[in-house]
Each structure stands twice: as structure tokens, then as C-alpha cells.
Design a protein around this ligand. Structure first.
Ligand SMILES: Cc1cc2nc3c(=O)[nH]c(=O)nc-3n(C[C@H](O)[C@H](O)[C@H](O)COP(=O)(O)O)c2cc1C
Length: 466
């Protein structure tokens, strides 16, 4: 892959890296309620296949399958997709069999897995998919996940990144155990392997003791590409040292540019080519054929967002306290006596809002075109959703969405995006049908696959065996 340089931005690829962040129940909390949306996890197998096929047809670089290690039923109204999800590596294997070109990134938590098992699964899926697998390593120490792994007393204080560094050393050491030409399968002599081309690992470190060698051949991609997601300083350092893909969520373009520049600088300082790490940001586009149509989709999502409106129906749902009118009053810094959730915010009231209130009015305007005193006014429900749904939403026409992506890419803030969909399948397919051709028209995406492996899609070279 060619790279382009500019005077004030670090090198980055000549096309956007595109990934589909797959959440079958949708990435907007009320998305599953949208008319026609996929809502039954029992039918996920078909839904997953459909997303994968649509993404592959549009030339997406990879599917990203996140993972979470507990069901957390209180997330029903905020992150419903976390309630039921086939595990990430099983899903990756399944989708590898139903696709041919697209990369597939699965997730493993360092704290709750053994590197030998992970090296083996990752090498296996990479082999079975002919070099299309990538491994997202998370290091989160969520207490409920830990409690499911017999570590109820798990300390969040232990240095999770130090453990992760060693974990990566073990993975790569195991993948390097077999030379690509170790299997000689010489039927004449009876030698299946050349024993001099297989090495044990004999790793003994602070957290792991792993003998090796691995009982799977070296991955097609040499080392399975690694991804990391996180926004802390340590996450950035870990990604700069070990990852091929870094998923970082920045709130603003300036923040993203700074993070991008700092990460690439660090990659260079570690002796890696700066383009060997693709930095991507999550993006939740709400797309319509026109901006007005996209606003309608967003309005419906807001309408379906479960709030405590004082009704019996709401009382039965047992909603979290932050869905109440009371929490809204505290948010904008006014008592708002007698206002109900669907009342319009009037100009005199808005004038007395605090800074948070004004910031939320801006978010509402960006997402829905609604303005205080305008033809399409702002309601308190809109304000509450602007506060509670903090996903990186962009609502608009295909050109609006493409403008946003192009602006971030050209500003040197990202190499690409992880595309979330408010609900399936209509929203993801609107993105592939309407936005991808617009990106292609602008020369921002490749369209067809030029390579057959994930590493190839990312423009990265094959690592040699150490
Ligand atoms: C966009 C994004 C997606 C993430 N997806 C997952 C995931 O699927 N599973 C998981 O355990 N953690 C996920 N994480 C959490 C990170 O792995 C990390 O634990 C979290 O950001 C806190 O780490 P930090 O303090 O280093 O940022 C994600 C983080 C980001 C920014």
C-alpha cells in the first residue's frame, strides 16, 4: 500500500481502513425496538452472516467482534447487545466459513485466558480462514467478568499492561515455534517433519511459564495481527509497541489529532514504521437518503428510548434512576417544575440553562437539526438522550457522513473507522449502499480487495520468524 505524506501530519495510508463493529442487537440502546430491526439473539447466526456478507461486498477491511465476560442484566436499557452474544472466537470461526476475503478480528481478555490457548485458537482460525484473522487483546478487569472466572477477589490494582506485554511475547514466541517449512511430509524417507525447524519456547516469566511448541502450525500471517482498544496512556503505549490496529475513542477532532500524532510518534520511536499501526475511531452513523430522512430515523430512536415518563408502563420496566425527569432537572441546573419529558424547551427556559444544558442543546442540534424556537423544537426527551447516549453519532445524508469521515482522515486524526450500526440490518446496509459508494467516489476507499489476508488489507508486511 502506498502512503502519502503531508507537512504537518504523520504518514498515513492512502485509503480509509473500514471495519464493521458487529453488535447484532444494535449499537443504539433503543435500536432493537425500531420497526423491522433484528431483535432476537436466537436468530443471530443468520444476522451475523448477513452483516458479514454486506461488509465483504463493500470491501470492508475487517469485521470486529468485541466481547464481554458477564451478562450484567442491568445493561438492558443502556447496552442491550451485551446481554446475549455468541463468544467472539466461535463467531469468528463461523464467519470465516461464510466469507472469503474480509478480515475478522476476535477478542480475548488477557486477564481471563491463557496465552497458550489463545495462541492456539488464533493460529487455528488464521489457518482455517487462510490468513484473515486478527486478535483484539483487552486487558479490562471488570469485577463481574472476574467473578465469572473464579477470581472474585481479583485486584484491579495489578499491572494489567505488564501482564499483557508478557502475554504478547508468549503468543509471538509460540507462533514462531514452527518454521513455515517444518512439515516436509517425505513419504519416501518416512519423515513427516524436519525436527530442526521446530523450537520449543521454554518461557518462564513473571506471569507465565509456557514450554511450547504450539500444536498448530505457524499462522498464515506469521504473527496474527493484534488490535487494542482503549484511551488511557498505557493503552496508547501498549498499542504503539505491539498492535497492528488501535481503536481509540476521542471526543473531538482535535483530541483525535493529538492522540494520532502522539501514537504515531511513539510507534516511530520504537523503531516501527509509523504506518504499521492503523489507528481507527468508532463511528455510529445514522444514515438516510437525505438529511431529513436521517433526522427522522434519529427522532424515532429517541422516541423509542426508554425513559421514566411517570406512566405505569415505565414503572413496570424498573428503569435506572438516570432516566427520570428529576435527573434531567439536575443536569441542566434548573428545577423545571411541572415539565414533562415530551414538553418543548422554550427560549426563556433555555436561556437559564447551565453550561451542560447548553452543550446538550448543541448535541441535539447536531444530531437532529432541532433548535430551541425552531420549526422542529427541542424536547426534554431529546436532551436526556443526548446526555445518556454518548456514542460517536453522526446523523445525516451519505454526503454528510462521508464529509465527516473525510474531514477526520484528511486532518490526520484517524486511518479509518469502526462502523457501528444503530440497529440491523437497515442501518448497516444503508451505510454500505449509500455511504461506501460516496467514499469510493471521493477515492477514500479501495472498493475491491487487493490482498487476501488481513495483514494484506492493512498494508502490513509479513513478520519474519525470530
Ligand atoms: C471503542 C472501544 C471498544 C471496546 N470494546 C471492548 C470489548 O469489546 N470488550 C472489552 O472487554 N473491552 C472493550 N473496550 C475496553 C478496553 O479494552 C479497555 O478495557 C477500556 O477502554 C479501559 O481501558 P483504558 O483505561 O486503557 O482505556 C473497548 C474500548 C473502546 C475504546
Amino acid at each position: 500500500m502506498k502512503t502519502r505524506t503531508s507537512l504537518n501530519a504523520p504518514e498515513h495510508s492512502d485509503h480509509l481502513v473500514l471495519s464493521a463493529m458487529v453488535r447484532t442487537l444494535g449499537a443504539f440502546p433503543s435500536g432493537w425496538r425500531y420497526p423491522g430491526a433484528h431483535k432476537d439473539p436466537a436468530k443471530d447466526a443468520e444476522a451475523l452472516k448477513r452483516v458479514a456478507k454486506a461488509a465483504e461486498k463493500s470491501g470492508f477491511d475487517f469485521l470486529f467482534l468485541g466481547d464481554w465476560l458477564s451478562a450484567d442484566i442491568d445493561l438492558e436499557f443502556s447496552d442491550p447487545h451485551l446481554l446475549s452474544r455468541a463468544d467472539s472466537l466461535s463467531t469468528a470461526s463461523y464467519l470465516a466459513a461464510s466469507t472469503r476475503r474480509i478480515g475478522i478480528v476476535g477478542t480475548v481478555n488477557v486477564a481471563h485466558s491463557e496465552p497458550y490457548a489463545t495462541a492456539r485458537s488464533a493460529a487455528s482460525i488464521d489457518r482455517l480462514s487462510h490468513g484473515r484473522f486478527g486478535l483484539n487483546l483487552t486487558v479490562g478487569t471488570d469485577a463481574r467478568g472476574a467473578a465469572n472466572f473464579g477470581k472474585a477477589g481479583y485486584s484491579p490494582e495489578f499491572d494489567r499492561f505488564e501482564v499483557a506485554d508478557e502475554y504478547v511475547q508468549v503468543l509471538r514466541g509460540l507462533w514462531d515455534g514452527w518454521d513455515d517449512s517444518a512439515f516436509v511430509h517425505d513419504t519416501e524417507s518416512g519423515a513427516l517433519i524436519d525436527r530442526s525447524r521446530v523450537t520449543a519456547l521454554d518461557h518462564v516469566g513473571r506471569s507465565y511459564a509456557v514450554a511450547g511448541p504450539l500444536n498448530v502450525q505457524r499462522p498464515v500471517q506469521g504473527h496474527v495481527p493484534l488490535m487494542h482498544a482503549g484511551t488511557s496512556r498505557r493503552a496508547l503505549e501498549f498499542a504503539a509497541e505491539f498492535a497492528d490496529i488501535y481503536l481509540a475513542a476521542s471526543a473531538t477532532l482535535d483530541e483525535a489529532r493529538n492522540l494520532y500524532a502522539e501514537t504515531k510518534l511513539r510507534v516511530g520511536a520504537l523503531g516501527r514504521p509509523s504506518e504499521s499501526l492503523s489507528i481507527i475511531a468508532p463511528l455510529l452513523p445514522v444514515v438516510g437518503e437525505t438529511r431529513a430522512e436521517a433526522y427522522e430515523v434519529y427522532d424515532t430512536l429517541v422516541e423509542l428510548f426508554q425513559v421514566d415518563d411517570g406512566s405505569d408502563r415505565a414503572a413496570k420496566l424498573d428503569l435506572p434512576a438516570n432516566r427520570s425527569a428529576q435527573s434531567l432537572r439536575q443536569l441542566v441546573g434548573l428545577p423545571l417544575a411541572d415539565r414533562s419529558i415530551d414538553d418543548v424547551v422554550t427560549a426563556p427556559t433555555a436561556a437559564r440553562f447551565n453550561n451542560t444544558g447548553h452543550r446538550l442543546l448543541d448535541v441535539v442540534a447536531d444530531r437532529s437539526g432541532r433548535r430551541v424556537g425552531g420549526d422542529r423544537p427541542v424536547t426534554y426527551r431529546h436532551l436526556l438522550v443526548a446526555h445518556l447516549v454518548r456514542s460517536p453519532l453522526v446523523v445525516g445524508s451519505p454526503a454528510d457522513i462521508a464529509d465527516h469521515m473525510e474531514r477526520w482522515f484528511r486532518a490526520g486524526a484517524v486511518d479509518g473507522f469502526g462502523i457501528l450500526s444503530a440497529f440491523l440490518h437497515e442501518q448497516f446496509e444503508s451505510f454500505t449502499r449509500l455511504v461506501v459508494p460516496e467514499l469510493a467516489r471521493r477515492g477514500l476507499v479501495r472498493g475491491n480487495y487487493a490482498a487476501s489476508t488481513l495483514r494484506g488489507h492493512l498494508g502490513a508486511s509479513l513478520p519474519g520468524r525470530r
